[in-house]
Design a protein around this ligand. Structure first.
Ligand SMILES: Cc1cc2nc3c(=O)[nH]c(=O)nc-3n(C[C@H](O)[C@H](O)[C@H](O)COP(=O)(O)O)c2cc1C
Length: 202
């Protein structure tokens, strides 16, 4: 069964992100075609990136990095729940993404955003980042407006039509998450047999 991590992309006291992630988790677990788990960045307490070697080398020195890597490695696909901060995603989510490399590779990702314009600018930036990490990002996204999907910008009251987008988004995510498993297994088998991995130039 495909394992999906729903990542809460904000750690701010009073954040809206947690309610959004719990709503997605609730809708997702009504399906029986995958397992879904919330991943709360607050639980990992990652500092600003403090690894001496580039993440692509996969030689993590710090216990917090190894714990984060083990969690991210355990999923086939992700739903990033992101706020929009200054027309981008949050610094805390970008930092958490930057910590790792191989753990993200050849997985699938979907986005649920929120902000005054639905958080869509945050997702556009995330899509660029995903490309660098060999993550396949699905087209359908869920964009919640702070003005119409929240009461007083604080209490989540999502409009009914978003449920359809959540279904379509998860359908796409599971299809790609499943398809990419084959690629991951082939690469893993190559590594185990000692064949050289392609060089990373970027
Ligand atoms: C530092 C900061 C910058 C923000 N910039 C934007 C922005 O550029 N566009 C927008 O629509 N909302 C912006 N907002 C509003 C947030 O999207 C909104 O407060 C949201 O609830 C933040 O997510 P969180 O509550 O999960 O932290 C900003 C909020 C903060 C704290």
């Amino acid at each position: 069964m495909i394992k999906v991590g729903i990542i809460i992309g904000s750690t701010r006291p009073g954040r809206n992100g947690e309610a959004v992630a719990r709503w997605i988790h609730e809708l997702a677990t009504e399906r029986d075609d995958a397992s879904y788990e919330i991943v709360d960045l607050k639980d990992f307490r990652l500092p600003h990136l403090d690894e001496a070697l580039p993440p692509a080398m996969g030689r993590y020195a710090n216990a917090h990095t190894r714990a984060w890597a083990a969690t991210i490695d355990s999923f086939d696909a992700y739903v990033f729940v992101t706020p929009e901060y200054n027309h981008s995603t949050s610094g805390v989510l970008k930092n958490a993404i930057d910590f790792l490399y191989a753990e993200w590779n050849n997985k699938a990702a979907a986005f649920v955003s929120y902000g005054s314009a639905g958080g869509v600018r945050a997702v556009e930036h995330l899509r660029l980042i995903m490309g660098e990490l060999h993550v396949a990002d699905v087209r359908t996204q869920v964009a919640l407006s702070l003005a119409t999907d929240f009461e007083n910008f604080r209490v989540l009251t999502p409009a009914a039509h978003h449920a359809g987008a959540v279904t379509a988004m998860l359908d796409e995510l599971l299809a790609w998450g499943g398809a990419l498993r084959t690629l991951r297994h082939t690469r893993q088998a190559r590594r185990t047999s000692g064949a050289a991995a392609p060089a990373r130039c970027g």
